[in-house]
Design a protein around this ligand. Structure first.
Ligand SMILES: O=C1O[C@H](COP(=O)(O)O)[C@@H](O)[C@H](O)[C@H]1O
Length: 254
């Protein structure tokens, strides 16, 4: 399902409300809400809204566990850190303990970071399938999501839940969760905003299936739901998709 918002701001409000509603629901049902967050710039405003009233008080923070879909292999204090951005945007403003914040560790090597994160995920899900209650994802201009980049070996990873990835253009390692893990989630929501995303969004949603070239197409929750929350600018080249303008996501999730 694709939901289009007039402005990026409305998209951010909808995403933050989605987080709060899902957290309330899951906390009520099973006392725990596990969310996997994206990085980059798009989710920042959504995160800031979660750290401010009225949403701050509506989230049952004691039930919340936060994970990340990807991370640059840098310490959390580095401005490029996805976890660092989320901490500044909302985690520092809400009552979450460090045990509830499962950042991708910055270990001695990228491989060790990925291995430790894999163990953290497996420990958390304790022998069960890694069914996140909510996964936020972004869409890069090259079709990447999390740090699943076109042509990278991580796209074909079936056993590990987290892998290291080298980005030669930036000379930077990253750690990413795999599509295998993402696809176990109960609800996956892509947040896509901006004119510069229009072409890639149309290719991912309406173009040929090119899994190696467009890693975002790998995201197909096995039993869960998939939502695309996009702003009008990003949606401008979509033709076939049903567009429910200004609908709140919680109203369209049965
Ligand atoms: O590199 C990354 O980019 C994607 C997309 O970011 P956006 O700001 O263009 O939406 C992001 O989802 C990912 O977590 C990040 O590491």
């Amino acid at each position: 399902m694709v939901i289009v918002y007039e402005e990026r701001e409305a998209l951010s409000h909808a995403a933050a409300r989605l987080f709060a509603d899902q957290a309330l629901q899951r906390a009520g049902e099973r006392g725990r809400f596990a969310a996997l967050l994206s990085g980059g710039e798009t989710p920042q405003e959504c995160f800031e809204l979660l750290g401010r009233e009225p949403l701050r008080s509506s989230v049952p923070w004691d039930a919340v566990h936060l994970f990340w879909g990807d991370e640059r292999w840098v310490p959390v204090s580095d401005p490029r850190s996805n976890q660092g951005m989320a901490r500044r945007a909302f985690i520092d403003q809400v009552p979450l303990s460090e045990e509830q914040v499962h950042g991708i560790p910055f270990a001695d090597s990228p491989r060790e970071s990925a291995a430790r994160y894999d163990r953290e995920l497996r420990g958390f899900f304790d022998g069960e399938a890694p069914r996140f209650d909510l996964v936020f994802l972004g869409l890069g201009p090259d079709g990447h999501t999390a740090s699943l980049f076109p042509g990278n070996a991580a796209l074909n990873e079936r056993n590990r839940w987290a892998c290291e990835v080298y980005r030669s253009e930036r000379e930077l390692y990253r750690v990413t969760v795999t599509a295998e893990l993402i696809n176990q989630a109960a609800l996956v929501a892509f947040l896509v905003a901006g004119r510069e995303k229009a072409e890639i969004l149309a290719r991912v949603l309406e173009g040929e299936r090119e899994l190696d070239e467009l890693p975002a197409q790998l995201v197909r929750p096995v039993q869960g739901k998939l939502l695309w929350l996009v702003d009008r600018e990003a949606a401008r080249l979509l033709s076939r998709h049903p567009v429910l303008d200004r609908s709140a996501p919680e109203k369209v999730i049965p």
